[in-house]
Design a protein around this ligand. Structure first.
Ligand SMILES: *Cc1c(COP(=O)(O)O)cnc(C)c1O
Length: 426
């Protein structure tokens, strides 16, 4: 597309605005290249990527090993559909189930599809194994969740913008407060028809809300007590982002040797996406053990692209990079440095209220109300100063760089962030 090579930022934005559905409100910056922790705009200006496509690019932009896996497999065989076997899927499933410690994997493409898959799997298990009456199964979810954008998923969203005028909504969900074990037990007790509890280990989109230390362990124990499946949506928190292979992971059998010290919360159903492909290709997955996954029989569920050979090759390479480059450990170490620096900064700040997060999934809360433009204006100025981030909810800015970042680069970024924030202090 030689003609488009010469496009300016203004032209590219004008095209999207005129010919694209307006379902996003992007920061005004037009990117045309990425490598590692950096992206470049069409005018050649270089930025640190501090969003990583919502934690998809944990392995960094254009990782050569993952790109090569994509190129080689694309030249060999791209798609068979599941009408036939292919020589990549089984090997990928074996590798990935042993990597995360589950019996089986169901391959699909996007995060929302994986959450849908988990909901269907949970309901089928409820009828066929738990013995709940037909069409009565209920799944507990948390307020302010983000699980994707399908009709069923927005049915249990608390975000009015995501819901309004998209009804009628799917039934069968009970909404409770996040990080509230009493509310969870009350909901579990309220009905014999509860089949599952769907939860994000950290609520990312809501503004990086980290629950109490014992929340996930105790929530899992409550689910066991009531014979309810604990479904962890680790689409954003998984794959080393929070300093562990999984945010629910403690002393599990995962390849990250640094897990000891935190309790192991093994989900009954694990939902992965985003960084499962290193941000190169849409790949998502649902993992569970046999007694749950075996309720799915031929014809029950599927997707033309789910489990395609390119996805299998890319995801295998992406997980190998996480293991070989010890990205969980790097995220843990750099996360500590980041939060310490930000905590030092906010002692003397009149605009930053707090910093929170785990590993390299962090956010700062701007001391201002939800409707103010300050977080957006700070992100614009960060852009001018060479770093890309985006507000989540009004006054919260999420910071989630690629996990391949070095300490020196992180310190450079902290310099940019604190310098930018100072420009807003009165
Ligand atoms: C991004 C995200 C999803 C949805 O993933 P898509 O690939 O955008 O459909 C689901 N759950 C969580 C926690 C996410 O962060």
């Amino acid at each position: 597309m030689a003609v488009l090579d010469q496009i300016s930022s203004q032209e590219a934005m004008a095209l999207e605005n005129k010919y694209g559905a307006q379902n996003y409100h992007p920061l005004p910056v037009v990117l045309s290249r990425g490598k590692g922790v950096f992206v470049w705009d069409v005018e050649g200006k270089k930025y640190y990527d501090f969003l990583s496509a919502y934690s998809s690019l944990n392995q960094g932009h254009g990782h050569p090993k993952i790109v090569n896996a994509l190129i080689e497999q694309a030249q060999q065989l791209s798609l068979t559909s599941r009408a036939f076997y292919n020589d990549m899927l089984g090997r990928y499933e074996k590798f990935t189930t042993s990597y995360f410690g589950f019996d089986k994997l169901l391959p699909i493409n996007t995060g929302a599809e994986a959450v849908e898959t988990a909901i269907k799997l949970c309901r089928k298990w409820a009828y066929e194994v738990k013995g709940i009456d037909q069409n009565k199964a209920e799944i507990i979810v948390c307020k302010n969740n983000f699980h994707g954008r399908t009709t069923t998923i927005i049915s249990f969203s608390s975000d009015p913008v995501a819901r309004k005028n998209f009804g009628p909504y799917t039934q069968g969900f009970i909404k409770i407060d996040y990080d509230d074990l009493e509310a969870l037990e009350a909901a579990l007790k309220s009905s014999p028809n509860v089949a599952g509890f769907l939860v994000e280990p950290i609520q990312g989109e809501a503004g990086v809300y980290v629950p109490s230390d014992d929340y996930l362990v105790k929530a899992k124990a409550l689910c066991e007590k009531y014979n309810v499946l604990f479904i962890a949506d680790e689409v954003q928190t998984g794959i080393a982002r929070t300093g562990r292979l999984l945010a629910t992971c403690g002393n599990c059998s995962c390849p990250n040797k640094d897990c000891s010290g935190t309790p192991d919360v093994k989900p009954d159903i694990l939902v992965l996406g985003k960084a499962l492909s290193g941000g190169l290709y849409p790949v998502s997955a649902v993992l569970a053990n046999n007694e749950i996954m075996n309720v799915i029989r031929p014809g029950n569920h599927g997707s033309t692209f789910g489990g395609n050979p390119v996805a299998a090759a890319v995801a295998t390479a992406a997980l190998e990079v996480v293991r070989d480059e010890r990205l969980a450990e790097n995220a843990e170490r750099l996360g500590e440095i980041f939060r310490k620096a930000m905590n030092d900064y906010l002692k003397t700040s009149s605009i930053v209220k707090l910093v929170r997060g785990k590993g390299l999934l962090n956010a700062i809360v701007i001391n201002d109300d939800e409707d103010s433009e300050m977080a957006w204006d700070i992100c614009l100025r960060l852009r001018d100063n060479g770093l890309l981030a985006k507000p989540t909810h009004g006054n919260i800015i999420r910071f989630a760089p690629p996990l391949v970042m070095t300490e020196e680069q992180l310190k450079d970024c902290l310099g940019i962030i604190t310098k930018t924030l100072r420009e807003f202090e009165e």
